[in-house]
Design a protein around this ligand. Structure first.
Ligand code: XMP
Length: 513
C-alpha cells in the first residue's frame, strides 16, 4: 500500500524532473505514458499532466479522455497539460506570437489559493511555451498572471483542478517545489514518508512473499545498482539467490578481484566467471564502436546463459534496473525504444520471470538504500562504469596489451582522485560524477632521457553531472592534473602524452565511443 501521485507524460523533456522534485519531497510518484492511467489502482491520490513538445492543435498531439479522472482525483496540468485541459474543457488556446522562454514573475496571484501557499510576491517562474491560453472555460477562474501571460494559472470553480502555464519543476521557478508540495501534500494528502529504511523493510517483505522458496539468479556488474539489488534480495531470500559476475577482461585494474572480495564480505553467493579469452578472441581486429558493443553484449549473454543453465531450478532473473533506465526505455506510446536490460532476451529464452526490486528508484535513492543496509561507502559511491567497460575507452581495435596500458593509466588517475582531498574534506573522486582514461589511436613524438619516443596519447575525462543526461567537464585543479600526468608518463610504458578533455555534454558525450 503505497500512496502515489501519477504523472501522465505527454512527452516533455522535463517530465522526469517533476518526478524528481516529488521524490525530493519524499512523496512517491509514478511517471506513466499519457494514455496509460491506472484506473484500477486504489493507491492513486492525485494526477499531474506534464508538458509536451506539441501544440494542442498539432495533428500528432497526444490526446486523452480525462473524464474518468476529472472529479475523481485532484489534477494539476503543467504547460501543455494546462493548455490541453483549457482547450478540451471549453476554453481557447492560440499561438503566443513568439515562443516565450525564460524567467517571468507572478505579478499577481490568488494569495489564499492552496496552490500558492507560502508564495512570495512576484515569485519568479520559468516559462517555455509556444501557445498560450487566451480564454478560460466558463467555470474556470484565473488565479495568477505575469506581465506577458494573463492566464498564468487557473482553477476550475469548486473543483480540485488547476493548470499552470509555467514549469514549477524547473530550477528557475524559485518556489516551484513549494507549489508541487502544496499540490502533492496539502491538496492530495500525500504523505512525505518515503525513507530508505521504510523502502528496505517493505521491499524485503514483498520479495519474501513474491519469491517464497524460489531460486533467483542475478547478474552482477560491480556497479551500484546490481550490488544494491543483490544485497536487498539476499536479505529477503538468502542463499536462494545466486549471483553471476562475468569478467570480460575489460574491467578496471584489479576490479574483479576487489569487487568479488566485497561481495563475499556482504555474504553474497557469487559465481565469478573469467571469460577474458573469449572476449579478446571475438573482439580481435574490430574497431567499429557499435560492433564492439554488440560482440560484448552477445558474449555476455552467452557466458551468463551457460552459467545460469547450471542452476536448473531457477525461476527468476533479478536485475538492478532503476527508474531512469525504464523511463528512457519507454516512449510515451509505451513502445520500448531502447533496451536497457543487460541480459535482454534471457528471461524469455530461459523461461524465467523478471524481478527488478529497484525499478522505482532514482540513483541517489539506490545509494541511500545501499547505505541503509550497511554496504561500504566505496561500493555505494562508485562512479558509473559502462557495461562494455574499457572497450569503449580504447578507440579502435582492442588487444590485451592496450587494455593493460589503459588499466595502468586509469588506475593512476582514479587512485589520484581518491587520494586528493579538497579543502572541504571531500575527495575529488566524490566530487565528480564519473571519471576515466581514454586510450587514443594516436602516436606522438616525445623525448625521454636522451631518446626520442613515438608512443600513445591518453585523454583524461572527468565530469560533473546529476543524471548523466547532461554533464560538464570537471574543473580539476591544475596541480592535480600535473601530478597525474607526470605519474602516468613516468610509470605507464607506452604512453608519452596526456591530455584533458574539456568538452561538456551536450554536444559531446561522456564516453568517447
Ligand atoms: P554517454 O557517453 O552517452 O554516457 O554520455 C552516459 C552514461 O552511460 C554510460 N554508458 C554506457 N553504459 N553501456 C552501459 O552500460 C554502454 O554501452 C554505455 N555507453 C555509455 C556512460 O559511462 C555514462 O555513465
Amino acid at each position: 500500500m503505497q500512496q502515489k501521485i501519477i504523472i501522465l507524460d505527454f512527452g516533455s523533456q522535463t517530465t522526469q524532473l517533476i518526478g524528481r522534485r516529488l521524490r525530493d519531497l519524499d512523496t512517491f510518484c509514478e511517471i506513466l505514458p499519457y494514455n496509460k492511467f491506472p484506473y484500477d489502482d486504489p493507491d492513486v491520490i492525485g494526477v499531474i499532466l506534464s508538458g509536451s513538445p506539441f501544440s494542442v492543435y498539432d495533428p500528432e498531439a497526444f490526446k486523452v479522455d480525462l473524464s474518468g479522472i476529472r472529479g475523481k482525483y485532484p489534477i494539476l496540468g503543467i504547460c501543455y497539460g494546462a493548455q490541453y485541459m483549457a482547450h478540451t474543457m471549453g476554453g481557447k488556446v492560440a499561438p503566443a506570437g513568439t515562443r516565450e522562454y525564460g524567467r517571468a514573475n507572478l505579478q499577481s496571484f490568488e494569495k489564499d489559493n492552496p496552490l500558492f501557499k507560502g508564495f512570495e510576491p512576484n515569485s519568479q517562474v520559468w516559462m517555455s511555451h509556444g501557445d498560450t491560453i487566451v480564454a478560460l472555460p466558463d467555470n474556470f477562474r484565473c488565479i495568477a498572471s505575469t506581465d506577458k501571460v494573463q492566464y498564468a494559472a487557473y482553477q476550475a470553480e469548486g473543483e480540485k483542478l488547476w493548470g499552470v502555464q509555467f514549469h514549477p519543476e524547473a530550477f528557475h521557478s524559485v518556489q516551484g517545489t513549494q507549489l508541487l508540495k502544496n499540490f502533492a501534500v496539502d491538496i492530495c494528502g500525500g504523505k512525505q514518508d518515503w525513507s530508505a529504511a521504510s523502502f528496505v523493510e517493505s521491499t524485503v517483505a514483498q520479495l519474501k512473499e513474491e519469491l517464497g522458496n524460489d531460486r533467483v539468479i542475478l547478474g552482477l556488474s560491480g556497479g551500484v545498482d546490481s550490488s544494491v539489488a543483490a544485497v536487498l534480495l539476499n536479505k529477503a531470500i538468502g542463499h536462494n539467490l545466486t549471483c553471476i559476475f562475468v569478467d570480460h577482461g575489460l574491467l578496471r585494474k584489479d576490479e574483479f578481484e576487489n569487487v568479488m572480495k566485497d561481495y563475499e564480505c556482504l555474504g553474497l553467493n557469487v559465481i565469478g566467471v573469467n571469460a577474458h579469452e573469449k572476449f579478446f578472441r571475438e573482439l580481435a581486429g574490430v574497431s567499429e564502436p557499435e560492433k564492439k558493443r554488440k560482440i560484448i553484449g552477445k558474449g555476455f549473454i552467452d557466458v551468463f546463459d551457460a552459467e545460469a543453465q547450471k542452476i536448473t531450478d531457477a525461476r527468476w532473473l533479478a536485475q538492478g534496473t532503476i527508474y531512469p533506465d525504464r523511463i528512457e526505455s519507454l516512449n510515451i506510446t509505451g513502445k520500448v525504444i531502447k533496451s536497457h536490460h543487460n541480459v535482454g532476451g534471457l528471461p524469455e529464452k530461459m523461461n524465467l520471470r523478471l524481478c527488478e526490486p529497484l525499478k522505482w528508484l532514482f540513483k541517489d535513492e539506490v545509494r541511500r538504500v545501499g547505505r541503509q543496509m550497511g554496504m561500504p561507502d566505496h561500493l555505494i559511491n562508485r562512479h558509473p562504469f559502462p557495461g562494455p567497460g574499457l572497450a569503449v575507452r580504447i578507440l579502435g581495435d582492442i588487444t590485451p596489451e592496450k587494455v593493460r596500458v589503459l588499466q595502468e593509466a586509469d588506475d593512476i588517475f582514479i587512485r589520484g582522485l581518491r587520494e586528493w582531498i579538497d579543502t572541504d574534506g571531500v575527495s575529488l573522486y566524490d566530487k565528480v560524477w564519473q571519471a576515466g582514461v581514454i586510450l587514443l589511436p594516436v602516436q606522438s613524438v616525445g623525448v625521454m632521457g636522451d631518446e626520442r619516443t613515438y608512443e600513445k596519447a591518453v585523454a583524461l575525462r572527468a565530469v560533473t553531472s546529476t543524471d548523466a543526461m547532461s554533464a560538464d567537464w570537471a574543473h580539476l585543479p591544475y596541480e592535480f592534473l600535473a601530478k597525474v600526468s607526470n605519474e602516468i608518463i613516468s610509470h605507464v610504458k607506452g604512453v608519452n602524452r596526456v591530455t584533458y578533455d574539456i568538452s561538456s555534454k551536450p554536444p559531446a558525450t561522456i564516453e568517447w565511443e
